[in-house]
Design a protein around this ligand. Sequence first.
Ligand code: SF4
Ligand code: SF4
Length: 579
Amino acid sequence: MAEEKPRVGVFVCRCYPTIAAVVDTDALADFAADLPGVVHVETTDYACLDEGREQIQRAIGEHGLNRVVVAACSHRTHESLFQRLMRQAGLNPYLLEMANIREHCAWPHVNDPTGATRAAKELVRLAVGRARLAEPVHKQILEPVRRALVIGGGVSGMTAALNIADAGYDVTLVEREPGLGGNLQHVYYVAEGDNPQRLLRDLTNRVMGHRRIGVLTRSEVIAHEGHVGAFRSTIRTAPTPGPSPDFRGGEAVEVEHGVTIIATGGREWRGDVYLLGGDERVLTSLDLEEIITHRPEQIVGLKEVVFIQCVRRPGAVEYCSRICCTNTMKNAIRIKLLNPGCQVIVLYRDIITYGFRERFYTDARERGIIFVRYDEAHMPQVQVDSDGRLEVVAWEPSLRQEIVLHPDLLSLSMPLEPSPGTERLARILDVPLSSEGFFMEAHLKMRPMDMAREGIFLCGMAHYPRFIEECIASAQAAAGRALTILSQPRLYFGGSVSVVDQSKCVGCLTCVRVCPFGIPRIQYSDTGVGGINGAAYIDAAFCTGCGTCSAECPAKAIQLVAYRDEQIMGMPLGSWVTG
Ligand code: SF4
Ligand code: SF4
């Protein structure tokens, strides 16, 4: 096909009135007929409808076309449709070019039909030029390994594992701790009143009893290689049981899997601030919940409890941990329920009780809980006074004066941070972290559960601090994304990806540095220009085809398939542009 003389067919879609009411489609067709390599031109009323596609397919056969240009709308919405048509007509789908004369001509130049037609001619001329130089592209085919690796056995990891296993695929669930459950083990009630321990028991029992889920506790991932559909991970299990696993000398097993889900969660930071760790009356939110649940008699005897919101980790990036304000509402309300006479004061910067959780803030105020705002210039101070009492000094903005409190308990809303080992795991998986240190999704809106590396997904607090139901929803979403791969009969790799001509590679590492996904590598077993040891290699299964490396390579050793230099640079601009 590549050696055949190009026989280009151009199909101009009228899409009346969207295109034809602005662009002179007949004049465009006449113009296209005179372009080099074009042997056939037709206009069609609606190229994407059945009749339009049949018309194109018929013309391909009748006129022996081996390249096709469709002048219509956006390739983003319609390219796959016309590529399918190419396959049905016996042509390689990469021999199709689209000229977007709707979004790029008719729509923006709706008040200038002459200009719109001129722009359409230029786009068709460029598309024909690219089509003449197009070569068939053949993708690699792979049957995915029908197993998921889920890293993290908290509520998110267990939910994701169950969703995948219930769909009929095997799961290996890896958890660093001796037991499943993660943070859920320390949550005894939520603001809405439900008991998360029942959820924990239910999830754990279902996971442990599921014939498709293999659970590895006291285990961690120490290597992860391969690509979507064919990953291989090494998992090491701590040799000795105990609450803090020591992985040294542990036994390692290899697992092959088609997808990976990161569900490593987060944890409450317990740093040395506001006397935490130095005075037993200073607690974190989780500590207080433990007392309220297991030793409520301690709460009954209290006269005053102070909460400090938005405790900062010195030197760390500042971010909202999202769930602390609601946790404070639930704990403060519980204290009032157990001990209505107790004075409860919340020192806050901003109360962020998301969505309908605002009602817990209202409820707290109605129960007499006092809220005092502080700002950067007036941070609360905590010390022990000469009588051994806990002393909290805060600025009361309404009174415009300092207030001094002597609480029996001080509860701190500590920031939630990524789980230990997150940075190391990110290096092993070769995926990025956000500035806050959590795993970072590929695109906040378009691919919120995907990592930039194909086949790796994330959910729960590994992504950012979330409530339990949000963790469950995100785990279901991540499992759904994973199932779109596991359920494919076969995966296709390649297409428009970058390819290195190693005989030109000087090993300058430019591509290694500029690739936003860290894909090019120097393979020292290969030979570069002039027989030097080492040349760049790009794995087609990883490359997203962004083209950054091919634009930057100083030796012109990299070409982006279907967007080769001559296809882009070889077509001079139209005379109407330069003239
Ligand atoms: S940028 Fe080009 S020359 Fe440099 S290492 Fe990569 S492929 Fe080789
Ligand atoms: S085309 Fe983009 S994703 Fe592919 S190797 Fe080059 S820079 Fe990386």
